[in-house]
Design a protein around this ligand. Structure first.
Ligand code: GLC
Length: 496
């Protein structure tokens, strides 16, 4: 076979191998319908078991602009822990923030709960020291971006860890209590007044809702993926028995949609590449939708596809380097970088391949001391890499779109049922590195959402800025505003 013929056959093989990662509109629409079913099953007490936990958040209101005051916010949900001081000024006159980032060491994420919360308490002490605030007790919003069952705004029991956390002794416990106990172990150096426990999706919806009152949905596509939305109180069986709650109006529901698929809803589209990611994760069988979409896993899906193509001889001359064969070596950031590269010779792909042990002789790149490249790659290999990245990220964006479309349909249905205006705009507030940094994710997702919904549905997507910090402060501010009104939480001392 001539070289040209070989390239053609390789390309053909590549297309065929990647075809199972393309999901057409009909299938996406079916997935959207399965999603809608999981939403209503998850809300009901006696329906079939749902993969969606549909957790009530006790957030009943979005900001109305009258919030103001000074707040503390904590943000735990990924590889960094953040402490923030936030000043909210009335009537959209701006929000000022100071913050410190504390790297979350892997051994703390996976050690004991006590170590984790001690680390958090020490970081807070450090922040309060820097800003000379140890004696000040500001109302605090704690963004804790993991699934929690809440039975009030300021408490929540961790259902399970996600995103690579596994600290022992935390699942089944109230995380606000664990935080308070860790602070107490610091011998009263300072005290915290935790007003609200907030999921990052809720913070995102709130921070977006501060600027856009049509915001009806908050979504994260970052290390993990998840969404929340406002649901009619009367549809939430889980809190129907709570007599203290006014059954009128709405409450924000944290869907924990990353778990979609755990009841088999994705079985017909899940591939061996995804199964491999799942098998090698710390929570096999869980968070299947998240594992096909979010930043923690996308790079690994791409790597599994590449390994498969190499093993079948369709790429890289059938030579598998040790690095390409090792879990975690293909970062999700590489997917973004490869797709951003506009050079005809695909230089970024060449650099990434070099890091994985493959040199690109056609580019004559200067050697990097200490970097071994035992194998070679060609322009065709780099083009194949680009195609794999595009296919995997396109699938992620499309799958995400089916979830967004299902939630928007649910909102429309609720509006119709309550006689509310159905042609009112629905704003989706979004945050997360995949959505923000990937060059095509946003466009692909938005286009697909529109294709999956009736043409007259009015939808706006809005990038939320620092939902986890600002949003947590806003939830706290709204809670304090409402509490002041009800004369309950006077100690918040807001200058209303
Ligand atoms: C994971 C968490 C969820 C969070 C999401 C985005 O899916 O379980 O609570 O919102 O990641 O950070």
């Amino acid at each position: 076979m001539s070289d040209v013929q070989k390239i053609d056959t390789d390309r053909q093989n590549l297309k065929e191998r990647l075809s199972e990662l393309n999901i057409d509109n009909q299938k996406l629409s079916e997935i959207k319908d399965r999603f809608r079913k999981a939403i209503s099953d998850g809300l009901s007490n006696n329906g079939p078991k749902s993969s969606l936990k549909m957790l009530p958040t006790y957030v009943r209101d979005t900001p109305d602009g009258s919030e103001e005051g000074e707040f503390l916010a904590l943000d735990l949900g990924g590889t960094n822990f953040r402490v923030l001081r936030i000043q909210i000024n009335k009537n959209g006159r701006g929000i000022l923030m100071d913050n410190q980032v504390y790297k979350m060491p892997a051994e703390v994420m996976t050690g004991t709960g006590e170590e984790l919360f001690d680390y958090i308490a020490e970081s807070i002490a450090n922040f309060l020291e820097i800003y000379d605030m140890k004696s000040v007790k500001l109302p605090l919003g704690f963004t804790f971006s993991f699934p929690c069952v809440q039975n009030g705004l300021d408490k929540g029991t961790l259902l399970r860890w996600t995103k690579g956390f596994s600290a022992s002794g935390v699942v089944g416990e109230d995380v606000v209590r664990l935080l308070q106990e860790a602070v107490a172990r610091m011998n009263e150096e300072y005290q915290l007044q935790v007003v609200a426990l907030v999921n990052d999706t809720v913070g995102t919806m709130m921070s977006c809702g501060h600027e856009d009152h049509d915001c009806a949905l908050g979504m994260i596509v970052g290390t993990g993926t998840n969404a929340c939305y406002m649901e009619s109180m009367q549809n939430i069986d889980k809190i129907a028995e709570d007599e203290d709650l006014n059954a009128e109006g709405q409450m924000c529901i944290n869907t924990e949609w990353g778990a979609f698929g755990e009841q088999g809803e994705l079985d017909d589209i899940i591939t061996e590449f995804d199964r491999e990611v799942d098998r090698n994760s710390i929570n096999p069988g869980c968070m299947l939708y998240e594992k096909m979409i979010s930043g923690m896993y996308l790079g690994e899906v791409v790597r599994n596809v590449l390994v498969d193509l190499v093993k079948s001889g369709d790429m890289l001359n059938g030579k598998l380097s040790e690095k390409l064969n090792s879990k975690g070596e293909f970062e999700t950031a590489f997917v973004t970088q490869v797709e951003l590269d506009r050079t005809p010779s695909l230089r970024v792909a060449a650099q990434i391949f070099r890091h994985l042990g493959y040199d690109s002789p056609d580019l004559k790149m200067p050697p990097i001391p200490g970097l071994r490249t035992d194998h070679v790659c060609t322009l065709a290999d780099r083009q194949a890499l680009r195609e794999v990245c595009e296919t995997v990220s396109r699938r992620a964006a499309h799958l995400c779109a089916s979830g967004v479309a299902a939630l928007l349909e649910r909102i429309l249905l609720n509006r119709r049922a309550s006689g509310a205006q159905t042609d009112r705009n629905m704003t989706v507030g979004v945050d997360g590195t995949v959505f923000k940094k990937h060059p095509n994710f946003r466009r692909l997702m938005e286009t697909k959402v529109r294709e999956l919904l009736p043409p007259d549905a009015r939808i706006t997507f809005r990038m939320s800025h620092d939902g986890s910090g600002k949003g947590a402060a806003l939830v706290t501010a709204v809670a304090c505003r409402m509490a002041e009104k009800n004369d309950i939480l006077k100690s918040c001392r807001l200058s209303l």
